[in-house]
Design a protein. Structure first.
Ligand SMILES: [Zn+2]
Length: 330
């Protein structure tokens, strides 16, 4: 089957922590005391906040964030977002949907108990070819191999793990796969294994109101893939998930957060109703483009102080201003 690891041995997918706009560093917590924070918070009440986590590394801090949401926001499910769109009726004020990309085992071990205790629903987007394996995420593997003597022709010039990843993600996808293969055969050590979620874990999560969504087969940057690879990455993951869950997934999250119009066409054909970006923005309470829903990047270690400024949209706005200022200065 196309979603078995053996057919894609050279194709460890790209993303996770290094995806999309990075959450600002923790020093952004001071923004909470900015005079414009109340204005942003008032404006955010009329928007939809979809939070994009990866794993949960700090269960205590994550629990504090959930308590905050319980007090200040209206947690909604993936299904509620879908229903709002189909009925053309905006979600309630201060609606927040929690999502997890890449879905490592901490979604099961840490996120699920914390969410279930507070009856907060969520959605997890999984990388289909990793399910039931002990394979590392390809981006972790590449960094490990490069740090242990791994070499690849396309990666001669990088000087830091971040640059290595940026370089790999910028390559046409066949070159990324070839580079990973070269790293594997030249490194002195094999990257550590990592136990991933199993098919039965997906069913456990789904039964506990953590909806399972498609995050492609192997997590390539879709914009670097040819048409048929885009289609295969989505369709093969779709078939695998449908088999494991007993029903087709309704939602998709773009690997690395970037929209791709070819993916959009395939998603429509397969009946997907929701698609999520990683653009670090709030969105309308009735999403105008259901296959392009904005999300805010957060981390379980984020302090509640900074968490507030992300939820209000202030911290993302400051990040955009900074990015624009740097671009015009550069
Ligand atoms: Zn991802």
């Amino acid at each position: 089957m196309p979603y078995s690891y053996s057919t894609t041995i050279t194709s460890r997918p790209p993303t996770t922590t290094a995806t999309g706009p990075r959450p600002a560093r923790e020093r952004g917590g001071w923004l909470r005391f900015s005079p414009v924070q109340p204005l942003f918070r008032a404006r955010a009440a009329g928007r939809l906040a979809v939070l994009a986590y990866h794993g949960v590394t700090d269960p205590n801090s994550f629990g504090a964030q959930l308590d905050r949401l319980h007090r200040l926001a209206t947690p909604v499910s993936l299904q509620a977002v879908e229903q709002a769109i189909s009925e053309g009726r905006p979600l309630p004020p201060r609606s927040v949907l929690i999502t997890f990309d890449d879905a490592d085992r901490t979604v099961l071990t840490h996120a699920l108990p914390a969410l279930a205790a507070r009856r907060i629903p969520a959605a997890a987007f999984v990388i289909a070819e990793l399910i039931g394996t002990d394979l590392p995420f390809w981006w972790h593997e590449a960094q490990f191999l490069a740090a242990h003597g791994g070499q690849a022709r396309s990666l001669r010039t990088h000087s830091s793990p971040e640059q290595l990843l940026a370089r790999l993600k910028a390559l046409p996808d066949p070159d990324r796969r070839r580079s990973l293969h070269e790293l594997r055969v030249s490194a002195q050590r094999q990257a550590p294994r990592r136990e991933q979620l199993r098919p039965e874990d997906l069913r456990t999560l789904a039964a506990a109101k953590i909806a399972i969504g498609n995050h492609t087969l192997g997590h390539p940057c879709l914009g670097r893939c040819d048409d048929s690879t885009v289609q295969t990455e989505i369709t093969a993951a779709h078939l695998a998930l449908t088999q494991w869950l007993g029903e087709p997934p309704a939602a998709f999250a773009y690997p690395d957060g970037g929209y791709d119009s070819r993916a959009d066409a395939t998603l429509r054909q397969l009946g997907y109703r929701l698609g999520f970006l990683s653009d670090h923005r709030l969105g309308p309470r009735l999403p105008a483009h259901p296959l392009r829903i904005s999300r805010l990047q957060v981390d379980s270690t984020t302090s509640t102080r900074r968490f507030d400024t992300i939820l209000s949209g202030l911290e993302p706005a400051v990040q955009r201003w900074r990015g624009r200022a740097q671009a015009s200065a550069g």
